[in-house]
Design a binder for this molecule. Structure first.
Ligand code: PEP
Ligand code: MG
Length: 323
């Protein structure tokens, strides 16, 4: 099976009846460029930029960040790069940033909330990402969105930064795609309201599962509850996909679920457009896909939304997968 997976690694990702989806890689450092180049990914669906801030004594400036993003854009040779603005706080603390202690960091000042609260930090990152967009296709993605107000505020900052770059005569892509992550239940519930504001969604199932199930993603005691196959999470995913398509935008997934072969038929059936995963999952994912038909996946997706547990969902998917 391994040899067969390797054989399809660099082929387009298609079901047996020709339904094509996009397969992307998740990335969290410049060093991963080499692995991604040979992984079979047609784009990067998530660049976690926290590495720029976590392994430094202070936040890198605009030029330093720009150099990193530009290097990655160049290394991808025309394949799109989705840069997520910093998701600092929560499970990704950055000690040197002066932050008040929090009783519940995962419910606290993290992700876009932090960026909007510290505009001088946010603007530097936005300027650096925008400047990199002059060198190849770049998308900007906001993490941990909860409200329409936040999305509007983030886009407002982006417009202000663009204006400053124009004044500085610095090049950037005026039509850079802007998207947001669906990882808070409020965003999934309000996906129809948020969709007209952006070019794409990407579902972060790690956080979405944590918040839907109220189960800490890092707490071993509650790992049974922390399960993206739980129908409660699947219903949120289904609703988000439907809202995206109704608004005419595409939707991907960059949480760990996207690389799961058992999840593949369900997510295909629900209509997910882009799957962004760890590069090492790509070959097996494409092989799994090649053995599935779209109508069978659609029937499965309708069925699993009515089931009552994560185990029942997995069992049903495994029947289709012949496992
Ligand atoms: C997620 O929450 O699913 C996600 C992709 O973001 P991170 O794992 O970096 O929080
Ligand atoms: Mg997340």
């Amino acid at each position: 099976r391994r040899a067969r997976a390797e054989a399809v690694r660099t082929l387009p990702a298609r079901t047996s009846d020709g339904h094509e989806i996009r397969v992307a890689a998740n990335m969290a450092s410049v060093e991963e460029l080499g692995v991604i180049a040979g992984s079979g990914a047609q784009e990067v669906g998530l660049l976690r930029t926290e590495f720029l801030f976590m392994h430094h004594d202070s936040a890198p400036g605009e030029d330093e960040q720009y150099e990193v993003y530009r290097t990655i854009v160049a290394g991808l040779s025309g394949r799109p790069l989705t840069v997520r603005t910093a998701d600092i706080g929560g499970d990704k603390p950055v000690p040197y940033m002066d932050r008040p202690p929090e009783a519940n960091p995962n419910l606290g000042w993290r992700g876009l909330r932090y960026s909007l609260g510290v505009p001088e930090f946010f603007d530097v990152q936005l300027a650096a990402i925008l400047r990199a967009s002059a060198h190849g296709p770049v998308r900007i993605m906001f993490p941990l969105v909860s409200t329409l107000h936040e999305v509007k505020a983030a886009k407002e900052r982006l417009r202000a930064v663009m204006k400053k770059l124009r004044a500085r005569n610095l090049a950037f892509d005026e039509n850079v795609e802007v998207g947001l992550m669906i990882e808070v239940p409020a965003a999934a519930e309000m996906a129809d309201i948020l969709a007209p504001e952006v070019d794409f969604f990407s579902i972060g199932t790690n956080d979405l599962t944590q918040y839907v199930m109220a189960a800490d993603r890092a707490n071993a005691k509650v790992q049974d509850l922390f399960d993206p196959f739980n129908p409660a999470v699947l219903r949120m995913i289904a609703r988000s996909i439907e809202a995206a398509h109704e608004a005419g935008i595409w939707i991907g997934m960059c949480g760990a679920m996207a690389g799961s072969p058992v999840a593949a038929p369900i997510l295909i059936g629900l209509g997910l457009d882009e799957f962004s995963m760890t590069p090492s999952d790509i070959a097996e994912f494409k092989l799994t896909l090649s053995g599935l038909s779209l109508p069978a996946c659609r029937d499965l997706a309708v069925d699993v939304l009515k089931l009552s547990s994560a185990d029942a969902v997995r069992d049903r998917a495994n029947v289709l997968l012949g496992r």
